[in-house]
Design a protein around this ligand. Sequence first.
Ligand SMILES: *Cc1c(COP(=O)(O)O)cnc(C)c1O
Length: 387
Amino acid sequence: MPQPRIYLSPPHVDPLSRNLLLDAFDSNWIAPLGPHVTAFEKEFAARLGLEDAAALSSGTAALHLALQMLGVGPGDTVLVPTLTFAATVNAVMYTGAEPVFIDSERQTWNLDPELVAEELARAAHRGKLPKAVVTVDLYGQCADYRPILSACRQYDVPVVEDAAEALGATYDGRPAGSFGLIGCFSFNGNKIITTSGGGMLVSAHPEFCERARFLASQARDPAPHYEHSHVGYNYRMSNLLAALGRGQLAVLDERVAARRAHFDAYYGQLGDLPGIRFMPEHPRSRPTRWLTCLTIEPRRFGATREDVRLVLEDQNIESRPVWKPMHLQPVFRNCRVRGGTVSESLFHNGLCLPSGSNMNEEDRTRVVQTVCTVHHRRQVPRPAAAA
Ligand SMILES: *Cc1c(COP(=O)(O)O)cnc(C)c1O
């Protein structure tokens, strides 16, 4: 009989979320907007130490509105990390601007601050600065913000922070999502907390949240009839999903602790295998370990990342290669890239292990044992092939 499937990062719901969702349902506030949306925004903003937040239909919608509000449009360029999920770049494409891909650094796997500074200096020299820089806090770890923000400040280029994978992480003790002029979160089904689908836009400048709410609900001007002087979007979060989100937010700390505990266990049980290295932790940062990621050096480990992934799959365990860099994606093949070898090597050797906050110890042990088997199997000299 096949073993039950272990997923990479499945939703993890709880009784409070269920009760709030049913409360929303029973109150007949099924329409978008309603008391749970406002309450979720207030609670989320408070959690980040901010005044306001805007609940939206997805993280991608939050990124799109953030760029739009900063005036990004056709003819502009936007610096983005090449190692990310496509949604980061898709949001840039929606505005008509052109992404310029920047390689990762080894320490955080995020935007290389030196390359950002170099690219900004070159752009300033050419007389055309990028309209924005999008940072991504990959796999639950913040980018190295001190040098990145200092370079962006020097040239007065605004930062949009894609913190979709990093809710609950900190850097210098400050929460992920609070480093950009605008920060964006996702509550997609695989994220650390979920509303099945949803997003949040945050900023220390409440005007951006106000504006985002306006644009996200079809840009309706104040009037008894429908009056419009801007092109709007249907990007608002529904009251039902906001109710779910409130319950999820209340247990965020437990979710972070569970994911970090998985990392600690993986690190303890796999960290000594030759050729295995985990995503490093920057000294200023406290990642959530949304996903535990490692790289496998085939010659030392005795098998490739793909060998390991396939054996895991064979055991009904879901794992996934690290993001394929955007500069290698067919759809973005004509875009410019600075560097690229670091992200390429992370992609070739990188693997994300099951990290769900509802995974139990027994399942995690199955993952560990399977990875160990691949290593040990390769250590045994193969019988000589029949001549
Ligand atoms: C999940 C994710 C998004 C998109 O969020 P959605 O809510 O699915 O639209 C954007 N950026 C990154 C880095 C993500 O991981």
